[in-house]
Design a protein around this ligand. Structure first.
Ligand code: GRF
Length: 252
């Protein structure tokens, strides 16, 4: 595909006026890609301002991904596009068709363990975000998902970990970093206890960044220029709240 979402080939890629000339911008449609339970998807559903962005599509690579149920319950279109053992061009074509049909203008990966096909990355350049449960560029790359990430952090005896939100390119967990939030590693942590501490912050960080990205696109800007502050003043807070996260990142 040669035309990009911003150029209008994807209906809804840019916020449009709704109704008969009422001048009210429609929320940006977000497509969420997931492979698993989708608690980050749920956080986006619950916490992103629906006037700014709505989750219109949930795309999974497996039919038993619980994220599909969460999406369905929230009125998003569930789509399953298997990847394993399939031709990359075919996967890309199906993915782009699903994105176009749902009018997706911004993609948020939320526990999607597949590589986004290069054709999709090119078509949605600067419009794909991912959340990773460690401080990139460490502890990322192929095979670094779920408990593997937290086990590697503990094996390296890190004192700090935490989620990273970044723009997606054609490799796993690479691409410019948009936001990070430091989370302490405690003595005696297991992969499970650390994962739970990081995940609580993911559920606050990702909605704040996805909403800010949607606002930037609605204002005619782009996500590549979005770079959140280091949340120094709030980093010590074990349980930051949603307003505190936005304020610390400079997004409020
Ligand atoms: C999260 O830890 C996220 O950082 C990573 O995959 C996990 C997905 O968890 N990319 P969930 O499905 O959102 O609960």
């Amino acid at each position: 595909m040669s035309v990009r979402p911003g150029a209008g080939v994807v209906a809804g890629a840019a916020p449009r006026a709704t109704g008969a000339g009422d001048g009210v911008a429609a929320p940006l449609v977000v497509g969420v890609f997931a492979s698993g339970g989708g608690t980050n998807l749920q956080a986006l559903i619950d916490r992103v301002d629906p006037a700014v962005a709505r989750i219109g599509l949930v795309l999974a690579d497996r039919p038993d991904a619980y994220a599909l149920e969460r999406g369905r319950a929230a009125g998003a279109r569930p789509v399953v596009i298997p990847v394993a053992g399939r031709d990359e061009d075919e996967v890309a074509a199906e993915t782009l068709a699903a994105l176009r049909d749902a009018g997706v203008g911004l993609i948020a990966l939320a526990g999607y363990i597949r590589l986004v096909p290069p054709a999709v990355v090119r078509c949605y350049a600067g419009r794909i975000l991912n959340i990773h449960p460690a401080l990139l560029p460490g502890f990322g790359g192929k095979g670094m998902f779920g408990h593997h990430v937290h086990e590697a952090v503990l094996a390296a005896r890190c004192r700090v970990s935490g989620p990273t939100v970044h723009l997606v390119d054609e490799q796993y967990d690479r691409g410019p970093i948009v936001a990070q939030w430091p989370v302490p590693v405690h003595d005696g942590d297991t992969a499970e206890t650390l994962a739970a501490r990081v995940l609580r912050v993911e559920h606050l960080l990702y909605p704040a960044v996805v909403e800010a990205a949607a606002r930037a696109l609605a204002a005619g800007g782009d996500v590549t220029s979005l770079r959140c502050r280091y949340p120094a003043a709030f980093a010590a807070a074990a349980e930051p709240d949603a307003a505190g996260v936005r304020a610390a990142l400079g997004l409020s």
